[in-house]
Each structure stands twice: as C-alpha cells, then as structure tokens.
Ligand binder design. Sequence first.
Ligand code: MV4
Length: 445
Amino acid sequence: MFKKILIANRGEIALRIIRTCREMGIRTVAVYSTADRESLHVKFADEAVCIGKPAGADSYLNIPNIIAAAEITNADAIHPGYGFLAENARFAEICGQNGIKFIGPTPDQIRSMGDKITAKETMIKAGVPVVPGGGGLLESVEQAKSIAKEVGYPVILKATAGGGGKGMRVVWTEEELERNYNMAKTEAAAAFKNDGVYMEKFVEEPRHIEIQVAGDSYGTVCHLSERDCSIQRRHQKLVEESPSPFMTPELRKAMGEAAKKAAGAIGYESVGTIEFLVDKHRNFYFMEMNTRIQVEHCVTEEVTNFDLIKEQILIAAGEKISGLDYEPTMHAIECRINAEDPYNDFRPSPGKITTLHTPGGHGIRVDSHVYAGYTIPPYYDSMIAKIIAVARTREEAINTMSRALSEYVIEGVKTTIPFHQQLMKDENFRKGNFTTKFLESFKMK
Ligand code: MV4
C-alpha cells in the first residue's frame, strides 16, 4: 500500500481524499495556491506545499510544480481528484515516468475516452448502444448535409475533443446547417485546439443517467448502479440522485451490462462513469466516459455503502475487486451548494463567509471545505459544499433534504440554497417527472 499520497486538488474533494487516506493509515500531502493558504485541505493534510499563484495554470494545473512537490515530500502516489489534471493523459504519463503512481486509469485509457469519435467507435465495436448518426469526423458541409438528410433533423454537432456540453450545436433544418457547422468548427478550434466535429441525431428531452463502474488491473469490471443527473443548468449539474426515479430493474440490468462492456472494452482500471442519454421510451445511448472520480460520487456511496475513494486507492495499489454488481439499498439525493445568486442568473458570489451553520442529524452528510470566516476566492469553481440526504424512500430523502436546507445558514455570500429549497417543493420534481430541459422552465419565486 502507498505510504504517502499527494492530493493534486483543492476544496471539498481534497478534504474528501485526505479523510479516506487517514482512515487507511496513509500520510497525505496537500498542495495549495497562494489563494488557498487558509483552506481546510491545507490544515487537515499531514504536510502542505505551496505550488504557485492563484490562477489554475500557475498552480493546480502546473505539472512541474506538482511533480516537484511530490519529489520533495517523497509521496509515492498522486490523487488528482476531479477537474484540473484528473483527465490529463500527459500528466498521468509524467507521474509514471517519475516513479509516482497516478491514482486513476492509465494514460492510454484516458486518451481512448478523451477523443469522443474514437470513444464512440470503440463503443460500437464493443456492442454498446450509441446515438445514431454519421459517426466519424465531418470533412465538409456537403458531407454534413448528406449525413443529416439520412439521419433526419434535428441533429447535433459535437466537438471530438469536447465533452460536458462545450461546443455543441443543435441544428433543426438544412438551412441552418452551414452556419452551425462553421461555428462549431471555429468554437472547437478556439476551445480545444482541435476543430474536429461529428454529428448525431439530436435526442429530444432526454434524461442524463450515468452508471458508476469499477475495474481492476486483473480485467474484472463491475457496476454500482446509476445516478440521475438530469437536473442541470447550462451543463452544470445542480442535483444528483440514486436510484433514478426513471429506472426499472430491466433498464438497470441492461445499462449496467452496457456500462461494463464499455469499461471492459478499454481494460479500464479505476473507478469511472459511463454517461448515457435515455429517451422517453427508455432507449439508452452512450454519451461519454468520465475517467475520474466525480463530484456526485457521494450518492452512490450512500446507497451502496462503498467508499469510492478507498476503492480507487485499493485498485491503484493492485488489489482485486469482488466482481459483483451492486444495487441501491437506499435513496440518496445530493444538492450542490454554490456561492452563486440563484435570483440573479446564478452569478458567482465569492467573498467572506461571515456566519455558518451546517446542518446535520439523521440521514445528512455534508462534504465541504468552508468554515465561518473563510473567504471564497474568485479564481475557482463556485461549489462550496455538497449536502447529501439518504433515506429508505425518495420521498423521505426529499423531506430530509428540505429539513436540512432549512437549517443551513450561510451569511456573507449568496448561495444556491434557496434554489434547492424551492426545487424540493416542486411538484414535478417530487414526482420524478423531469428531463435535462427541466431547469429551462424553472422559475425562482
Ligand atoms: C446530446 C443531446 C441530445 N442528443 N446528444 C450535453 C453534454 C454532453 N455530454 C452531451 N450533451 C447532450 N448530448 C444527442 N445526440 C443532449 C445533450 C444535452 C444534455 C445532456 C445531458 C444533460 C444535460 C444536457 C443539456 C443539454 C443538452
């Protein structure tokens, strides 16, 4: 087992990883930017190293500085968390070249899912359902038009180097295709330094349901059921839950098997997520694979009783997994508390937290790095806490969440707490009646 893990991240996920390491008897090294000197992850780790100025590029994305911090502290592994360098194949490679274990998949596995056209081709070969459409790289507007004619409008253009919704364009008629094709290519080139785009049939009003998987270095893969992440705003998830209110035992079995095929096809060795679009007829289609631990991993932990960070570390250290699949035994809902103003287009609201009262009690877990007197820096993600409610039924979990939200006091900055309070009362949300379009028409009172 590793003796010392460096956590190449900040915020709640850095703290989350430190907690598991302490339980496992593994020493921890925090790294931090000059904006994060007062952050809890710095205080909770056994050692801490400053790695640069506030901007991500100067600190949490600065590979030489992070490797140097691992060398001087003698860390034998690096946990990347999510975001920053978590899906950077080059970083995983450099860790290996320096004799440091990257806690995650291999560089090749990251690469094979990073390019979306390659990933889709791999899934087709593996027998995983994908959205119908041209498939490969589009070579010209003429080719795009002829594929769209075959597939039928509406279609969606996506960047092969994209993901998470960046650089996508929905096209409803042939007249709109040329303009959107050119814009998609320009946007992709600017955002990803790769102007490759591909086409798919546009699935209208889908649900976003993802399957948590785990694979070990002996070729065994298993799944830990689904998370419903349909409650999103501009591709930012706000609420996640497990099980999905749209799930059936048959669909879970089929999606679980497809997810295992997907991970198995690349010999995946770590915990990961297969994202699917699910249409109203419960047809499901592979969208992308996230080769990292995700923000919303906690809902799966609460319903399966696994510590997914521990599993990830054990797999990286060469342990075997059971190979069994796991079904939810409880219902868990997570609300992301962001320092944003839900009454003002979710505008970021960094600054000093003057008062803080964190909820607790039966069925409540709060993962957070903030405290009274903490100043939220403006340089990073605005998420300051995740609140997870767990109960035997969905209705009870929603009631527990409502109760906990009513206890939460955060003063000094605006937060998404009022949004979640109103959502928990929404009739359609309570009925499980929602798709990825739900928040487009949700109005704050
Ligand atoms: C789609 C789609 C409809 N049809 N692909 C958004 C994130 C990225 N992973 C892919 N996304 C979508 N791909 C086809 N063929 C609709 C979306 C989409 C979406 C997906 C999940 C959650 C929220 C979303 C919001 C808008 C669009």
